[in-house]
Design a binder for this molecule. Structure first.
Ligand code: PAF
Length: 283
């Protein structure tokens, strides 16, 4: 596996592959890789000849500076995991490569209809930071296809819209959430949880599954949401939201019409913010 830090070296290798007629799949990450990330790399391998992974902890998308400071940087471990997974090229730019002039006068990409709901409400500026860095990375890597995890479902929709609106020549593929044995969605944040908290955290997924079951039995939506909000609060969460949304754009559902749904929840256990979601098809 090649490791490159500069855009010039990255583009040089991409050009060589392109000249040889090879296709490229891209997996952008912020490092601290776990099995969820590796599943994205495996998916990427089924979609193109070569796989490029990037590791860049993007300051622009952290609304909470403490969260940025304590975001785990584990490059050596990440390199080992990527080599084992068969990644072809790792791109590890630093902030001077990504933002040579700093952030203040940098161009921003804003995708409308995302920061006014769900995680967007809790994390001002976060999605602009994601959209901006992902656009830059797409322009640097110029892949045929890019793979994103469904755990960040709102992020996945944001990127699909960004690519469609700006006619970016890359196909976006979503990959299923990878879970711990107890159902907890894998996340770099899980390592900040104690063993007891990890058990508590599993109630997030369990609640979504039960919410789906009750919804499919026809129980009324707002009563359900109230009940599950209470359940999760009693389980120790400071809940940001639990909600039932239209899968295609996360708009508020009209259950008489909308059948493809996404059930989503986010909340804090102690200082650790966790998110999860599942699909629900009422058709
Ligand atoms: O999902 C992530 O890890 C990040 O938001 C991403 C897509 C790598 C952009 O920094």
């Amino acid at each position: 596996m090649q490791i490159v830090e500069s855009i010039l070296s990255l583009r040089g290798q991409i050009k060589t592959w392109r000249t040889a007629g090879e296709t490229i799949a891209f997996v952008p990450t912020m490092g601290n890789l776990h099995d969820g990330h590796i599943s994205l790399v495996k998916k990427a391998q089924t979609l193109a000849d070569k796989v490029v992974v990037s590791i860049f902890v993007n300051p622009l998308q952290f609304d909470d500076k403490q969260d940025l400071a304590r975001y785990p940087r584990t490059l050596q471990d990440d390199v080992k995991k990527l080599m084992q997974a068969g990644c072809n090229l790792l791109f590890t730019p630093d902030a001077d490569v990504m933002y040579p002039q700093g952030f203040e006068f940098h161009t921003f990409i804003h995708v409308p209809g995302m920061d006014d709901k769900l995680c967007g409400l809790e994390r001002p500026g976060h999605f602009d930071g994601v959209a901006t860095v992902v656009t830059k990375l797409f322009n640097m890597v110029q892949a045929d296809v890019a793979v994103f995890g469904e755990k960040d479902y709102q992020q996945l929709l944001l990127i699909q819209k960004l690519v469609s609106d700006l006619n970016l020549p890359v196909k976006i593929v979503g990959a299923p959430i990878v879970r711990e044995e107890n159902g907890l969605a894998m996340s770099s944040r899980n390592q900040h949880l104690s063993d007891a908290q990890k058990q508590q955290a599993a109630t997030l997924y369990a609640s979504l599954l039960e919410l789906k079951q009750q919804l499919m039995l026809g129980v009324e939506k707002s009563a359900l949401l109230q009940q599950f909000h209470l359940n999760l609060t009693e389980a120790g969460f400071t809940l940001d939201y639990i909600d039932i949304r239209r899968a295609e754009d996360l708009q508020i559902v009209d259950l008489a019409v909308d059948k493809e749904l996404r059930l989503l929840a986010a909340g804090r256990l102690g200082s650790v913010r966790l998110i999860d979601n599942i699909a629900c098809n009422l058709a």
